[in-house]
Write a protein that binds this ligand. Structure first.
Ligand code: ADP
Ligand code: MG
Length: 238
């Protein structure tokens, strides 16, 4: 069971407060979507949970542990970035295996987990290819597979579908839902796309300039926006 509990979080770059007094309780096993316009601090928040930004104020607990200042590798989170950061000279299989190699996973266990991730993301026919021989959608599947293979209790995804065309986005959205149902892990998913948020989320967090405006189910946020900012961004045009 892995809940992510963020209390009074502040992130400051120079003299710019990008995240201000943010409280957020991500429930174990939920698919939480962070939604907001470009520049509102979504990536900053996600990177901070992953341990890639220093925390200026407040705390982050992952599971029962205080991870506010823990190293990224200690946090038990997997991260998928917007642009698939695959190793171009490695095959798909080597890319999938890489995080496990780094963690010195025994060979039999490594093979088993790579096979499971490849099956889940329909990558078996592509295992011997290099990233340059894959389509955008296939590459992003490998990037997701590489996060899945570590069996992270918390997956952080930063606009993973934004570089793909509309048809692929719809397909991969469906696959992500299935993946979440199978893994049962906690997902924190960043997007600025309202449709993506509505179709994927168990709950949506609407952000504006580093501050949470509303947290609720897709229906709540859509039908009963709390203020004009939320209404302008996601609400029904009532
Ligand atoms: P989003 O992902 O919602 O588009 P970001 O989290 O990337 O927004 O950025 C939020 C704000 O923080 C922007 O004003 C951006 O310029 C600033 N910012 C992000 N990362 C840094 C950094 N490493 N140094 C300075 N400013 C940053
Ligand atoms: Mg971003």
């Amino acid at each position: 069971m892995t809940r992510v509990h963020i209390q009074d979080l502040g992130i400051r770059f120079g003299n710019h407060d990008v995240i201000k007094g943010l409280d957020l309780d991500v429930r174990s096993g939920e698919f939480l979507v962070l939604l907001g316009p470009s520049g509102c601090g979504k990536s900053t928040l996600l990177h901070t949970i992953a341990g890639l930004n220093p925390v200026s104020h407040g705390s982050i607990h992952i599971g029962e542990q205080d991870m506010t200042r823990a190293e990224p590798s200690q946090r038990g989170v997997g991260m998928v970035f917007q642009s698939y950061a695959l190793y171009p000279t490695m095959t798909v299989k080597e890319n999938l295996a890489f995080p496990l190699k780094m963690a010195k996973t025994p060979k039999a266990e490594l093979e088993k987990r790579v096979a499971a991730a490849a099956e889940m993301l329909q990558l078996q026919p592509l295992l011997d290819r290099k990233p340059g021989q894959l389509s955008g959608g296939q590459r992003q599947r490998v990037a997701i597979g590489r996060a899945v293979v570590r069996e992270a209790k918390v997956l952080l995804l930063d606009e993973p579908l934004s570089n793909l065309d509309a048809k692929l986005r719809t397909d991969l959205r469906r696959e992500l839902k299935t993946l979440h149902a199978r893994l049962g892990n906690t997902m924190i998913y960043v997007t600025h796309d309202q449709v993506e948020a509505m179709t994927l989320a168990t709950r949506i967090v609407v952000m504006h300039q580093g501050v949470i405006q509303q947290i609720g189910t897709p229906a709540e946020v859509y039908d009963r926006p709390k203020n004009l900012r939320v209404a302008g961004f996601v609400g029904s045009p009532a």
